[in-house]
Design a protein around this ligand. Structure first.
Ligand code: ZN
Ligand code: ZN
Length: 261
């Protein structure tokens, strides 16, 4: 049974998949469930790589309509949302989003003060140990809200961070937390697709980060493997299978569907 709960569409401006096309191609590739999880807006912060605030209704309507028409595949309407602010207003916003969708994926790509202060973007800036700490705390706090189905790419903050004792602490903290809370962590095929895990210094400065997952694998942790599909070619490439192999090699327990837990 192939299921993918993490996928994107033209709405995020870095995808070549319309909603219809993604559903058709996933079905043709043998998927029985497709969750569409577009990048949600961050109130008070604008970038072009996500749904704009005035597109949310249109996005939800389009996915819901397409889901009704879809045959041979179950389609869910979700969003991928940052848990970065941790204040009441942001939480209220997430609660509203959760009510209107089938599920929320927690995925931080940025931490810090987005309202005019200092922040780091995981793909563009080099984080410091304090950012790792901040992100880990947000991940734990975010999961404890009960709003999220799983935690996407918890190692992506390490994209531009050289492995050290703080990264090691982070891996233990997240592993321990996931074991105790039952949080589902995601192994993301994009980390294989574009990641540097095959580089010389295997995992020391990388995402998907092998050092991270090796430590997390010391705990009893559930993981979900997802495609994070943005492009047509992602739907059939071998990266999901490679991510599954990685999860097995690290001794992680693979969950096929977060709704089973
Ligand atoms: Zn994306
Ligand atoms: Zn994504």
């Amino acid at each position: 049974m192939k299921k993918n709960f993490h996928s994107h569409t033209l709405y995020c401006n870095h995808s070549d998949l319309s909603v219809e096309e993604s559903i058709r191609l996933h079905r043709e590739a043998g998927y029985t469930v497709l969750g569409i999880s577009e990048h949600a807006p961050i109130p008070g912060y604008t970038d072009s790589y996500r749904l704009q605030e005035d597109q949310v209704d249109e996005y939800i309507d389009e996915v819901r309509e397409a889901a009704k028409r879809a045959e041979g595949i179950e389609v869910l309407c979700g969003v991928e949302a940052e848990y970065i602010v941790g204040d009441g207003e942001h939480l209220e916003y997430l609660r509203e989003l959760r009510k209107r969708t089938d599920y929320l994926v927690m995925a931080n790509h940025i931490v810090g003060d987005l309202k005019g202060g200092e922040f780091v973007h995981f793909s563009r800036n080099n984080p410091e140990p304090k950012h790792l700490k901040m992100n880990t705390e947000l991940i734990m706090e975010g999961w404890n809200t009960g709003l999220f189905a799983f935690i996407a790419h918890p190692d992506s903050i390490l994209k531009r961070y050289r492995w050290d004792k703080y990264a090691e602490e982070m891996a233990h903290e997240i592993g321990r937390f996931a074991q105790e809370s039952g949080a589902i962590l995601e192994i993301n095929a994009n980390g294989i697709r574009y990641g540097s895990n095959r580089s010389e210094d295997e995992g020391t400065h990388a995402y998907t980060n092998l050092n991270f997952w090796r430590i997390v694998g010391e705990y009893r942790v559930n993981v979900i493997v997802s495609g994070d599909t943005h492009f047509k070619r992602d739907i059939t490439d071998p990266c999901v299978d490679e991510a599954v192999e990685l999860a097995k090699a690290m001794g992680l327990n693979i969950v096929e569907d977060f709704r089973d837990i």
